[in-house]
Write a protein of this length. Structure first.
Length: 540
């Protein structure tokens, strides 16, 4: 049974909605097909580009949320929707052109909004520090059948010798706010209204409104990614982390407004805590992030993988360690407001962002942390930051011949650190790069460096993962108005807030990531190569 988060004032309605329902538990898909895919890392640093491919393996049209979250605090840096016809493939890449980060795709798959010259450019609001991060690909729903108008509009047909969707303009008309029989857009979680630009009724009108109905998506998306440095010739990639049965209802949201506008049926949803929180059906499905923390899903106690730092062979290794979904543990409106104010420098192992550190922030305090006056916050209702951060890593290292060092307290050093402070590091971000030795890594990013004197420049690590602060929990939305059933309004302009509660069962820390290996041969870039090896997770 899903542990649905129930903000104050709506628990009774949620209980009524979910009475007698048995909800599926999200699980990691061993066949790499699901209704949620997480790309552990993207980067556009120093000429790197990140490509993503999405395959709709089904006979049903799929509505999909595509979202890039920045590494520092997982704020939504760029999101849009795609509507994929059956057996469709959508592929593109993210790159940085003189400080402008853009997604580019030559595929004709309908995007919401429409691209400009094939580009969707990252808005400025969370653009700082968004050169790296991770990606969410979330199924929003599929039409009840392929006779629905949106399916007909998204279907690829031959037009002037090109194979293109019948009408992306008609598809996009479904994603305005407050749709009805007189206006196109999203009416609720499983209903949208569309301009009948196909003119299916054979009258003289080209602007009739037609209705679309949706059900939850099957586990049919296959997502892969690659990260490429054109200058060095290094490229590596892998399947995304796929989850199945993540959301078990349709969750159609508009691409016009967000929670800043007081709209909880907008582009901020679905997220890693579940579907949009407005209707009785979908609100009962919220709280999924607590399920994701289970060690049966994404929660881990330790990570295991190899490392190498071998300049003689021009080989370097980076570890990527990503903690998806940490934004569900913020009181988001308070945190976002704090980004514009003055904040404390934070713990010494955390960098101060251009717009403030997300950790030890007196304008978004933790329990027992300092408030703006420097006093400890003791009232949970005043706590803004319930995240796992800072996350502590404790390292145990071996070389390839089982040698762990005759004096580990001297041989393994997390740097920079004074002598004797060893074996422990604190992740500074929510998507982190760990480098090894003095080779500088290969991803042109270093959040933590590990140096080991083990007699060989390669080996393997077991790294425990732990939330330093036990005061962790989940935050969700409530509003001053409701839709008649006790749930937050989706009307733009409503007064919204977050309510947070400690986890009943914290589970493990949700972690995804990989070791990226690269051999860079400057004299012959064609001989350079890279590979990705996913981390193994220790869960007991």
């Amino acid at each position: 049974m899903k542990k649905a988060f129930k903000p104050l004032g709506i628990a009774a309605a949620v209980a009524a909605a979910s009475a007698g329902q048995v909800q599926a538990q999200p699980t990691v898909a061993s066949n790499f097909l699901g209704d949620l895919a997480l790309v552990p890392y993207y980067t556009v640093n120093d000429g790197w580009v990140t490509a993503i491919h999405i395959v709709n393996t089904s006979d049903s049209t799929q509505v999909v949320k595509f979202r890039f979250r920045r590494a520092t605090d997982s704020m939504d840096a760029l999101d849009f929707n795609i509507v994929m016809s059956p057996q469709d493939v959508y592929a593109g890449f993210l790159s940085d052109n003189d400080g402008t980060i853009s997604w580019q795709a030559d595929d004709t798959t309908c995007t919401v909004p429409e691209t400009t010259d094939g580009l969707l450019t990252m808005p400025s609001i969370y653009r700082p520090d968004a050169e790296t991060g991770y990606v969410e690909i979330i199924s929003m729903g599929q039409p009840v059948d392929e006779d629905e108008p949106i399916a007909e509009a998204a279907e690829h047909i031959t037009v002037d010798g090109e194979f293109v969707p019948r009408s992306c303009e008609a598809v996009r008309s479904n994603f305005f706010a407050d749709g009805s029989t007189s206006d196109p857009g999203v009416a609720d979680y499983n209903t949208t209204f569309q301009r009948d630009l196909l003119d299916n009724d054979d009258d003289d009108s080209t602007s009739d409104i037609v209705e679309n109905a949706y059900v939850d998506s099957d586990n049919v998306l296959k997502v892969s990614y690659s990260i490429t440095d054109v200058a060095s010739g290094i490229e590596f990639g892998d399947n995304a982390v796929h989850l199945e049965d993540f959301i078990t209802v349709a969750t159609m949201t508009n691409q016009q407004f967000g929670y800043f506008s007081g709209d909880l049926n907008g582009f901020d949803f679905p997220d890693l805590n579940g579907p949009e929180p407005v209707s009785m059906v979908t609100a009962a499905e919220r709280g999924v992030f607590e399920d994701l923390r289970s060690t049966d899903v994404l929660g881990v106690l330790a990570l295991v993988n190899e490392w190498s730092s071998n300049p003689a062979n021009q080989v370097a290794t980076d570890w990527v360690v990503t903690l998806p979904g940490q934004y569900t543990m913020f009181k988001l409106l308070d945190y976002v407001a704090s980004l514009d104010g003055s904040v404390a420098a934070g713990f010494p192992w955390f960098p101060t962002l251009e717009n403030g550190s997300p950790t030890d922030n007196p304008e978004c305090p933790r329990l027992n942390g300092p408030d703006e006056d420097g006093d400890p916050v003791t009232d949970p209702a005043e706590v803004c930051d319930w995240r796992d951060m800072p996350v502590e890593l404790n390292f145990a290292a071996w070389n390839r011949e089982e040698f762990a060092g005759t004096a580990p307290d001297e041989d393994l050093t997390v740097s920079p650190a004074p002598p004797g402070e060893i074996l422990t590091a604190f992740l500074p971000k929510e998507a982190n790069v760990i480098t090894f030795g003095d080779t500088g890594g290969i991803l042109d990013m270093e959040d933590t460096n590990v140096s080991a004197n083990l007699g060989q420049p390669f080996g393997w690590l077991s790294v425990s993962v732990d939330s330093v602060d036990d005061n962790i929990g989940l935050c969700d939305w409530v509003g001053s108005e409701d839709n008649g059933a006790g749930f937050p309004s989706n009307t733009a302009g409503s007064n919204l807030t977050n309510v947070c509660s400690a986890f009943t069962d914290p589970g493990g820390v949700p972690v995804i990531g990989f070791a990226a290996w690269g051999r860079s041969i400057a004299a012959n870039p064609d001989a350079s190569y890279g590979r990705i090896i996913a981390h193994s997770a220790v869960v007991s």
